[in-house]
Design a protein around this ligand. Structure first.
Ligand code: PLP
Length: 420
């Protein structure tokens, strides 16, 4: 986590050195793009993968590949052990109480859809309300909207101020006996805002309302402790935290997961099937129909090991300094407006340039080897709030450096030369 206001001093010098040396763990970063050293600032979309993650997946396919849970042979047992071992790693990574609370899914999007469908079908009725925030990614808006349309419930929105911070008093006002669930992001992908999740959860719980946290942008930057946050659900994707695409996690408190109906039907989620009646498997398998992304799960386990090795506290410190540095530098460029100036920010610098459409910034930066993202970042309500069609977004990860920020700033000057 970082603020754009001033650097702090949490991690030790030793930790910082360990991270500074980690760039060479990422083979993709060694290439030239358009003849220039690649500056990869599109980490909020997806992060690059360290060699250990790539190797773990290759090793799995070379030596262990087999289907899990049902096999009675050597390879199947090894694959099952490896895959279930990752569940234990995820439990420890999130500090969940019980590994039955860890459901493997395709990613944050599927995790949220799972809760919307399953929790929604059990607990939401016509006339009820679901509370999301103005800064949500579409994947934490649309599943709830679909549910509301189906059931005749209403989607309510927690507003934010012009720095991109949620209005907590407004949130309090919106909570009522009609509210069946609050679904809110930990870190905004469009603004970088880090939300006060613990406080939001405490206020909802004071009224007996459960809270789902979209942690897609938090897990690569912040140490997440679901017991400390006391959230009821927590969703994330492996690919944004140095793991592979196609795998992610839904954490859910057991008391909810036990009560909730299955999300999808199929193999592995059942105990017995007859045409008259099917009984469902125990947690977490009740929510894991079909053959999962086993190789992806192995990659997620390797990514968690990697993050342990590097130390998330040190990552926070490094990214904090980088964001502070980039923020100071970009503000020296005439006509730049930063979108998202919250006190608490992590890893994201969204901006516009006067008289230049954000979509035109990306291609010029690309010619300089700098990869950023331009667009609405799947957060159109955020764009509406700030009265812009889109923003340019640089997003940072543990392997980025101040030299790369300098190259990015130089490339922005090129944009002005060409288009300004
Ligand atoms: N939530 C947030 C805040 C995101 O930034 C993203 C992706 O950018 C998602 C959810 C969806 O993640 P995925 O596409 O990996 O399911």
């Amino acid at each position: 986590m970082t603020t754009a206001s001033a650097p702090t001093g949490v991690a030790s010098f030793h930790d910082i050195l360990r991270i500074a040396g980690c760039r060479h763990h990422f083979p993709l970063l060694r290439q030239l793009v358009n003849g220039k050293p690649l500056v990869y600032f599109d980490n909020a979309a997806t992060s690059q993968k360290p060699q250990v993650v790539i190797d773990a997946m290759v090793r799995y396919y070379e030596t262990e590949n087999s289907n899990i849970h049902r096999g009675v042979h050597y390879l199947s047992e090894r694959a099952t052990q490896a895959y279930e071992g990752v569940r234990t790693k995820v439990r420890d990574f999130m500090h969940a109480e019980d590994q039955r609370e860890i459901v493997f899914v395709r990613g944050a999007t599927e995790a949220i859809n799972l809760v919307a469908h399953s929790f929604g079908r059990r607990y939401v009725h016509a006339g009820d309300e679901i509370l999301v925030s103005e800064m949500e990614h579409h994947s934490n808006i649309v599943p709830w909207q679909i549910l509301c349309e189906e059931l005749g419930a209403t989607l309510k929105v927690i507003p934010m101020n012009d720095r991109g911070e949620l209005l907590v008093e407004e949130y309090e006002r919106l909570l009522s006996e009609k509210t069946k669930i609050v679904a809110v992001t930990h870190v905004s992908n469009a603004l970088g805002t880090v939300n006060p999740i613990k406080e939001l959860v405490a206020r909802a719980h004071a009224r007996g309302i459960p809270v789902l946290v979209d942690g897609a942008q938090a897990v690569p930057h912040i140490r997440v402790d679901v017991q400390d946050l006391d959230c009821d659900f927590y969703a994330f994707s492996a690919h944004k935290m140095f793991g592979p695409t196609g795998v992610g996690v839904l954490y859910g408190k057991r008391k909810w997961l036990e009560e909730m109906p299955p999300y999808q039907g199929g193999g592995d989620m059942i105990k017995s099937v007859t045409f008259e009646k099917t009984t469902y498997n125990d947690l977490p398998y009740k929510f894991e129909a079909g053959t999962p992304n086993i190789g992806g799960g192995i990659g997620l386990g390797a990514a968690i090991d990697y993050l342990h090795e590097i130390d998330l506290n040190a990552i926070q410190q490094l990214e904090h300094d980088l964001l502070f540095y980039a923020t100071e530098k970009i503000l020296t460029i005439p006509g730049v407006r930063i979108i998202g100036t919250a006190q608490q920010k992590a890893g994201v610098l969204s901006f516009t340039m006067q008289g230049i459409h954000p979509h035109d910034i990306g291609p010029i930066l690309d010619l300089e080897g700098v990869a950023i993202r331009t667009g609405h970042h799947c957060a159109q309500p955020v764009m509406k709030h700030f009265g812009v069609p889109a923003t340019a977004r640089a997003s940072f990860a543990l392997y980025n450096t101040k030299e790369e920020v300098d190259a990015f700033i130089k490339a922005l000057h090129k944009v002005i030369e060409v288009l300004g």
